[in-house]
Ligand binder design. Structure first.
Ligand SMILES: Cc1cc2nc3c(=O)[nH]c(=O)nc-3n(C[C@H](O)[C@H](O)[C@H](O)COP(=O)(O)O)c2cc1C
Length: 391
């Protein structure tokens, strides 16, 4: 591991290192959120409003972070979420991230718009894997991807439903991201100012969409394969007929949608506002968690994502009723900072924090973390500078 990675002791450190390593437009595409970025900021701030009351004088000499989710045993209740076109952030792309997930024995999720194929990920990680689907107008294209993922050893499927249109990530757009938007001169200058990234990018030429297509897609093909605007719960029923493994619906926020998703065959809900990248008025998933847990009860697992930057955030989510958590930016900051080694660093930081905070709470198993630890009064204020609150 490089010295720079070794010096990173928090996700915020990896965020800063990623910022140095990436050209500004790529970094902005990774960091940013939609419109005024209220949802992005609130996702993180919401965690600081949840507090836990620790127990003392418990035997915490052995702590076990392992759990069971989406039909698999994993080493900690933290999954790597789907992030499209990871090849833009580091030449080791999704393969490096999946190999890091394998080392840490947790889920890796491959995005429909990934720059690696399900077959490559099947080889990179023997740990449980989830294929993320955007369902396009031509449903057969999605079904073909499901078949490929199954053959490549993917154990779970998730359908992302919060993207009938892409959120307006204005800051990234100004910088000409994502392609084929035109870049201003300042973006080109920033790219030239990162020769190492540029060299690796040109040498490896990662291609967005090779997860979905088994060839480099044309711009026309990419457009046609965008998420369908007429997606409905019946699509979930139809998918259920083809896929008998764990099926998660990602991007659900309302209790009604959560109930309907379960009635149509979902075995898990991924409570998510897409990391604040879509609907800027969306509440923080962690704030909605108790109501959604009430609505679906034992009928489905609930995975929450958005704003998790610390191991203790995972414990907060579990105390509020989540089965597990998912991260996007935190591990991709690691990827941008140092490829597979950087993702491993991100996972190690979060695992260490998880263990340390379990010890401090006086618990030894994830199953023992529940609502009894919650401090009922809400409303503490995050004192940090707003710009530092959500990397
Ligand atoms: C650069 C980037 C690309 C993403 N691409 C996808 C995607 O292709 N499909 C998807 O379902 N979610 C995608 N997401 C959302 C993540 O899966 C996840 O919901 C979100 O990042 C969680 O918030 P966090 O970044 O605060 O952890 C993306 C997120 C980022 C930051």
């Amino acid at each position: 591991m490089s010295r720079a990675l070794e010096r990173c002791v928090s996700i915020e450190d990896l965020h800063r290192l990623a910022k140095r390593r990436l050209p500004a437009p790529m970094f902005e595409y990774l960091r940013g959120g939609a419109e005024d970025e209220r949802a992005l900021r609130n996702n993180c701030e919401a965690f600081s409003r949840v507090q836990l009351i620790p127990n003392t004088m418990r035997d915490v000499s052995r702590v076990d972070t392992s759990t069971h989710v989406l039909g698999s045993d994993i080493a900690m209740p933290l999954l790597l979420g789907p992030v499209g076109y990871a090849g833009m952030f580091h030449h080791e792309r999704e393969i490096g991230a999946a190999a890091a997930a394998d080392k840490h024995k947790t889920f890796y999720s491959l995005a429909t718009w990934g720059s690696s194929t399900p077959e490559e990920i099947g080889v990179a990680s023997a740990a449980p894997k989830m294929m993320q689907l955007y369902i396009p107008a031509d449903r057969e294209r999605a079904y073909a991807l499901v078949d490929r993922a199954k053959a490549a050893g993917f154990t779970a499927l998730c359908v992302t439903v919060d993207t009938p249109v892409q959120g307006s990530r204005e800051q990234a757009w100004r910088m000409g991201m994502p392609p084929p938007a035109r870049m201003p001169l300042s973006s080109y200058l920033s790219i030239l100012g990162h020769p190492q990234w540029l060299f690796n990018f040109i040498k490896n030429r990662p291609i967005a969409g090779v997860s979905l297509f088994d060839h480099p897609p044309s711009p026309q093909e990419m457009m046609e394969a965008g998420p369908a605007k007429d997606l409905s719960f019946d699509d979930i029923t139809r998918l259920r007929e083809r896929w008998d493994g764990p099926l998660a619906i990602k991007g659900v926020l309302s209790t009604q949608d959560a109930r309907l998703a379960v009635e149509h065959g979902a075995t898990a809900i991924i409570l998510s506002n897409h990391g604040g990248r879509q609907f800027d008025a969306a509440p923080a998933p962690i704030d909605l968690l108790p109501a959604v847990v009430d609505a679906v009860g034992e009928r489905a697992e609930i995975i929450v994502d958005g704003g998790i930057r610390r191991g203790v955030d995972v414990l907060k989510a579990i105390a509020l009723g989540a089965t597990a958590c998912m991260i996007g930016r935190p591990y991709v900051y690691g990827l941008a900072a140092g490829g597979q080694a950087g993702v491993e660093r991100a996972l190690q930081i979060l695992k260490d924090e998880l263990e340390r905070n379990m010890v401090l709470m006086g618990v030894t198993r994830i199953a023992d973390v529940d609502g009894r630890f919650l401090y009922p009064m809400r409303g503490s204020v995050d004192q940090r500078n707003p710009d530092e609150r959500c990397g």
